[in-house]
Design a protein. Structure first.
Length: 185
């Protein structure tokens, strides 16, 4: 029996759930907090356990992070390196192309609004190249409109994170894109 134990769960990879078990032998459901801010209940039998961040296995994961904001680059780099990733940064799309060729990343985070070569153009170039099109691309931006999400999909982006983002959101995307950090079973 788990007394006072706090476990983190995920439903369909996009819902963060927290359950507190206080002498419950057969819990019926868990209170979920969706990223949209909505709350609801999920059947405990459909909830999939997620390992803690330390157990996710991001050690050595190669990441290229492209953002024209030095503050965003530094904070995201610190979060990713704290999870064990090897992170290389670039301040615009042109600079990133050389970094991608040199470092062969496992995942790429791209800001949409950048000088010289924007995120849409950069993503399209990556996805049109046969050597790099398999690499997951995540648009990392303050733009949260439907048009930007649709355009991201059209140029080949795999996911979309809105700034400001949390550490958990960043690491959830890493797990989702790299199929790491998910529990077996």
């Amino acid at each position: 029996m788990l007394s006072g134990w706090l476990n983190q769960f995920a439903v369909e990879r996009h819902v963060s759930c927290i359950i507190e078990l206080y002498h419950l032998q057969n819990p019926v459901g868990v209170l979920c907090s969706y990223r949209s801010g909505k709350h609801g209940w999920a059947d405990v039998n459909k909830v999939k356990s997620v390992e803690t961040t330390a157990d996710r296995g991001f050690d050595g994961l190669r990441v290229v992070l492209i953002d024209d904001s030095k503050t965003v680059r530094q904070s995201a780099k610190a979060l990713l390196e704290g999870a064990g990733c090897d992170v290389v940064t670039a301040s615009d799309g042109f600079e990133s192309l050389a970094r991608i060729v040199d470092h062969r990343p496992d995942i790429i985070f791209i800001d949409i609004t950048m000088p010289r070569l924007d995120g849409f153009q950069t993503c399209a170039l990556i996805k049109q190249n046969s050597k790099f099109k398999h690499i997951p691309v995540v648009m990392l931006t303050s733009k949260d409109g439907l048009f930007d999400r649709a355009r991201s999909k059209l140029v080949g982006a795999d996911h979309y994170i809105t700034k400001p983002f949390s550490r958990d959101e960043l690491l959830d995307i890493l797990a989702l894109c790299t199929e790491r950090g998910e529990s077996e079973g």
